[in-house]
Design a protein around this ligand. Structure first.
Ligand code: SAM
Length: 265
């Protein structure tokens, strides 16, 4: 009996750890306070250049919803480039840090504390663009949540709206193992970030900081073609996928894919 109880408890834990709300537990205050060490804002700018600013301007986007604000890197960049930005995140400690980061740069963020699954319930405006960046969509573990969130993104966009959503190259991670050029997105030198375990339905990343603290993030390994088909099935007729910000690439080489989806056809 005892053994059965333990086994069922273990099972519950595994199920919970692969849940779309688990990010709430994993972005603890200490982890959030160190997130910018992981990013390295200058290094990130060097890696991505003006890719997002250019992509949004080319599509005439002016009003942008940053759906996965985190500590505010893209919200700040877009505000500095003349966009109107509203900054959403499901974690209040992330939004606090983002607000602080913007304030230090003489900017005021318009923050909205909201889970993507409730977006149109909590926000009654439309946007020219939604960005969901930094490998954030990976936090959704259930397909119904992925579909629901893409439907929310679709409906909060105006008729010419564009969605930019990125992800790690999980195809390569699953098929060949993890490697990283350390040039894009999370480029901070003081953090050791790598998967602790890799399987078809869970990649668990371990982050070790230079003060020896360790944090983890559980991620659902989205295969590229799967994400593209989900986006199309949400109603976006065109989806263009870049690899490490390049239009042409060998499938296995990029560390990150960036999907640019448009409502217009
Ligand atoms: N975009 C930022 C960056 O690139 O540094 C943050 C990326 S971080 C990997 C993912 C962010 O998405 C976290 O701030 C987390 O709180 C947020 N997030 C994850 N799932 C969410 C959900 N269902 N609703 C709202 N925010 C969510």
């Amino acid at each position: 009996m005892k053994l059965e109880e333990n086994t069922s408890h273990k099972h519950d834990k595994v199920v919970k750890d692969k849940h779309s709300s688990f990010y709430q537990r994993q972005y603890e205050d200490d982890f959030v306070s160190k997130w910018d060490d992981l990013i390295d804002w200058d290094g990130r700018t060097k890696g991505e250049g003006d890719f997002f600013v250019k992509t949004l301007k080319e599509r005439n986007a002016k009003k942008v919803l940053d759906a996965a604000t985190g500590t505010g890197y893209h919200s700040v960049r877009l505000l500095n480039n003349g966009f109107e930005v509203h900054s959403v995140d499901g974690k209040d400690n992330m939004l606090e840090r983002a607000f602080f980061n913007a304030r230090r740069r003489d900017l005021i963020l318009r923050t909205i504390h909201c889970d993507w699954r409730d977006l149109t319930h909590d926000i009654h405006e439309t946007y020219d663009a939604v960005i969901c960046l930094g490998n954030s969509f990976t936090h959704l573990f259930e397909e119904k949540d992925r579909r629901k969130v893409l439907a929310e993104f679709y409906s909060i966009l105006g008729p010419q709206g564009v969605l930019i959503l990125d992800q790690r190259n999980y195809d390569t991670i699953l098929d060949q193992g993890y490697s990283n050029k350390h040039e894009y997105y999370y480029v901070g030198d003081s953090v050791k970030a790598e998967p602790e375990s890799i399987s078809d339905d869970l990649v668990r990343f371990r982050y070790e900081f230079d003060d020896n603290t360790v944090h983890h993030l559980n991620m659902y390994p989205l295969r590229k073609e799967y994400t593209r088909s989900l986006i199309k099935e949400a109603g976006f007729p065109t989806v263009k996928t870049f690899g490490d910000f390049q239009e042409t690439y060998k499938q296995e080489e990029p560390d990150f894919f960036i999907h640019v989806a448009e409502k217009n056809y």
